[in-house]
Design a binder for this molecule. Structure first.
Ligand code: SOE
Length: 381
C-alpha cells in the first residue's frame, strides 16, 4: 500500500461541532481508502483541561492542549479546525493563516462582515488552503439537486424557497451566554440569520447563483433572558426569527424563513426550486430523498417523483453500504473532509472556502441591515 500523506489536525473547541468533525476524520480511512491524504488527529484543545483530555481520549487525538495559541505554535500541526463559538473564528483564523496552517472553520465565517473580510484577506495573503463547514452541500440528495440543475433539466428558474425551522428557544428559561452562546449577540453575531439562514444562503447560492438584493423582517420574541455569565436578566440582542425575500442574479425570486419558534420543528431545513420545465424539493428530516417533478413526463405518470438517493451511481453512495440503505447527517461532514483532502491531491480549488463564506456573510449582513432599516438592501455581490 502506498504511504499516505498526512494532514495533521489541531482541533480547537470540543463541543458539538468538534464531535461532528472528529467523527468525520475518523471515518475517512475506512470509507475513502483511496485518498492520497489522510487526516491524523494530533491535538484537541479546550480551555477546560478535563474536557480537553476526555475529548481527546474519546475521539482518538494523540494529545490535548488548553491554549489555542499553543496548538497554532506547534510544528507538528498542518491544519487548524476551528469549532469554537463565532467570536473566536477571526482571531484564531488570522493567527493560523500567519502561521501557515490550513484552516477549516465552522460556519458562519464570523460575527460580522468586517471580521470576515479580515479573515479572507489573511488567507489570501498567506496563501493557506481553507474551507468553511457548510456541510449540507455534501448530502447526496443535495449534491444530486446540483447535478440536476446543472444538467438544465429545470430550465429557467423562477423560484427558490428555503426554510430552516427549530423550536428550542420558545422556553423563556433558555439563557443567553456561556454554553448558550448562540443566544448571545456579542458571541454569535446574530441569531437565526447567521446560525441557520447562513446554511440556506450557502446552499441557495451554490445551486442558484448570487443574490443581488434583499428585503427582510426580523423579530426577537423574548426580549430579555438571564445571562449565564452575569446571572442577570439582560436584553436579548439576537434575531429569533427572520424572513426575507430577494432577487437572484439569474432573475429568479427567493423566499427564506428561519425561526427557533416553530413548535414541532427541530431542524426542518427544506428547499424547493421551481423551473420552467421541472421542480425539485428537499427536506433535511428525510435527507436521503429528493423530490422531482418533470413537466415533460407523459400525463399518465406525471407527478412528483420521490428519488431515494442511495444508489451506487448517485453522489457519494458508492462509498457506503449497498443500494437502498440510507445514510445520515454525519456523512455530510465525512464527505466534506474527504472532498477537501481530494482537492489537496488534485490541486483544484475547494468550495465552500473563506471567500464563498464571505459572500454568504454579505447576504446575511444585508438581511440584518434591511430588517433594521425596513428597506431593500443590495448585497454587493
Ligand atoms: C443550531 O441549533 C444548529 O446546531 C446550527 O448551529 C447548525 O449549524 C445546524 O446545522 C443545526 O442547528
Amino acid at each position: 500500500m502506498t504511504k499516505k500523506k498526512e494532514v495533521r489536525i489541531g482541533l480547537i473547541g470540543c463541543g458539538f461541532m468538534g464531535r461532528t468533525h472528529s467523527n468525520g476524520y475518523n471515518r475517512i480511512k475506512n470509507f475513502f481508502p483511496d485518498l492520497e491524504h489522510l487526516p491524523v488527529l494530533k491535538v484537541a484543545c479546550s480551555r477546560n483541561e478535563e474536557k480537553a483530555k476526555a475529548f481527546s481520549e474519546q475521539w482518538g487525538y494523540e494529545s490535548y492542549e488548553t491554549d489555542w495559541k499553543a496548538v497554532i505554535a506547534r510544528d507538528d500541526i498542518d491544519a487548524i479546525d476551528i469549532c469554537t463559538p463565532n467570536d473566536m473564528h477571526a482571531e484564531i483564523s488570522i493567527a493560523a493563516a500567519k502561521a501557515g496552517k490550513m484552516i477549516f472553520c465552522e460556519k458562519p465565517l464570523a460575527r460580522t462582515l468586517e471580521e470576515s473580510e479580515e479573515m479572507v484577506n489573511a488567507v489570501a495573503e498567506s496563501g493557506v488552503k481553507n474551507m468553511v463547514w457548510y456541510n449540507y452541500r455534501r448530502l447526496p440528495a443535495v449534491t444530486l439537486a446540483k447535478h440536476i440543475i446543472e444538467s438544465g433539466k429545470l430550465g429557467r428558474i423562477f423560484h427558490y424557497r428555503a426554510n430552516f425551522l427549530q423550536d428550542w428557544t420558545i422556553n423563556a428559561n433558555v439563557k443567553q451566554g456561556g454554553s448558550d452562546w448562540r443566544m448571545d449577540a456579542e458571541v454569535a453575531g446574530s441569531g437565526v440569520t447567521g446560525d441557520l439562514l447562513a446554511h440556506c444562503i450557502d446552499t441557495a447560492m451554490w445551486l442558484n447563483g448570487s443574490i443581488g438584493d434583499v428585503s427582510a423582517v426580523t423579530e426577537t420574541f423574548i426580549k430579555e433572558r438571564v445571562h449565564q455569565v452575569t446571572g442577570k436578566m439582560e436584553p436579548v440582542g439576537i434575531d429569533d426569527a427572520c424572513i426575507f425575500h430577494c432577487h437572484f442574479d439569474n432573475g429568479s425570486l427567493g423566499l427564506f424563513e428561519s425561526t427557533r419558534y416553530a413548535r414541532g420543528h427541530k431542524a426542518f431545513y427544506t428547499f424547493e426550486i421551481n423551473g420552467e420545465k421541472a421542480s425539485i424539493r428537499w427536506d433535511l428530516e428525510d435527507l436521503n430523498r429528493l423530490e422531482f417533478f418533470d413537466h415533460s413526463d407523459s400525463s399518465e405518470v406525471r407527478g412528483w417523483r420521490s428519488i431515494h438517493v442511495t444508489d451506487g451511481d448517485q453522489p457519494y453512495m458508492d462509498k457506503w453500504w449497498v443500494p437502498g440503505l440510507s445514510i445520515g447527517y454525519e456523512q455530510s461532514f465525512i464527505h466534506q473532509a474527504a472532498d477537501f483532502l481530494e482537492s489537496l491531491a488534485s490541486g483544484q480549488d475547494f468550495s465552500p472556502n473563506f471567500k464563498d463564506a464571505f459572500d454568504t456573510q454579505k447576504v446575511c449582513e444585508a438581511v440584518l441591515e434591511s430588517a433594521a432599516s425596513k428597506s431593500w438592501k443590495t448585497t454587493g455581490l
